[in-house]
Design a protein around this ligand. Structure first.
Ligand code: CDP
Length: 234
């Protein structure tokens, strides 16, 4: 993975724990910067979904062959965000053979035009030389509330607190599995910028991130395909 930095299209790595807002931020960053976006969680989710549908148990069977034949079209499926797939993806993601099978796909995605990629190991394993690395995080409670609302939960529901607590417990379990696995565990790259989003709106996180991107790219003399990131930050 040798890529000339100066003048080439930028690679922006966005990592962090579940439901921290990486997806929303990455999508909006990519739009603002006119870069392609890859939500790498969908790769593990798609392998998990295909295994479930084939009657394979991700706890005891490797998804390597499924991962090897995965295509970007598989990421368009509409059944990748169900609780059974949450759990399956986390198990699939522990499998080093699966992770290896998905490395090239992620690197090829960004090779031509640069990209914003979000996941757990983008800044540490997939693109250790990324031009900008962001680590997006928030407290487990704040993340659980976001995921609850994202999944259609209502703040007025009588059992809202209990339902949020259930989501929080599942998130904490997944964070633990993601951070303690042997292969590419979730951790912040030494040179990443950490953004705590508990008290920030999505717009504030985007504005803050754009400033970080602008400054980092300017310092490295990396070109952006979009007209001017300077304007986006003003
Ligand atoms: O959206 P959410 O944060 O809940 O999860 P996701 O980003 O879609 O990722 C689903 C699962 O895939 C995570 O729990 C991780 O176990 C795994 N994953 C990973 O190991 N490496 C990545 N680059 C992205 C996701």
């Amino acid at each position: 993975m040798t890529r000339p930095v100066t003048g080439s299209a930028p690679i922006i790595a966005v990592d962090g724990p579940a439901a921290a807002g990486k997806g929303t931020l990455s999508k909006r960053l990519a739009e603002a910067l006119e870069l392609p976006h890859l939500d790498t969680g969908l790769l593990y989710r798609a392998v998990g979904r295909l295994m479930i549908n084939a009657g394979l148990d991700p706890a005891s069977t490797s998804g390597e062959s499924i991962a090897r034949s995965l295509s970007l079209a598989d990421l368009q499926r509409t059944d990748l965000r169900t609780p059974d797939v949450d759990a399956a993806a986390s198990l699939v993601a522990r499998d080093n053979a699966v992770r290896q099978a998905l490395v090239d796909m992620q690197r090829l995605f960004a090779r031509e035009n640069g990209a914003v990629l979000d996941g757990r190991d983008i800044g540490t394993v997939i693109f250790p030389d990324a031009d900008v690395k962001l680590f997006i995080t928030a407290s487990p409670y704040a993340r659980a509330v976001r995921r609850y609302i994202q999944n259609g939960g209502s703040d007025d529901a009588p059992d809202r607190d209990q339902l949020v607590r259930t989501v929080e417990v599942a998130l904490i379990a997944r964070d633990h599995a993601d951070s303690t696995r042997a292969s590419a565990p979730l951790r912040m790259a030494d040179d990443a910028v950490k953004i705590e989003t508990d008290t920030l709106t999505a717009d504030e996180v985007l504005a803050h991130s754009l400033r970080i991107v602008r400054d980092a790219l300017k310092a490295k003399n990396v070109n952006l395909p979009s007209a001017s990131v300077q304007d986006l930050c003003s």
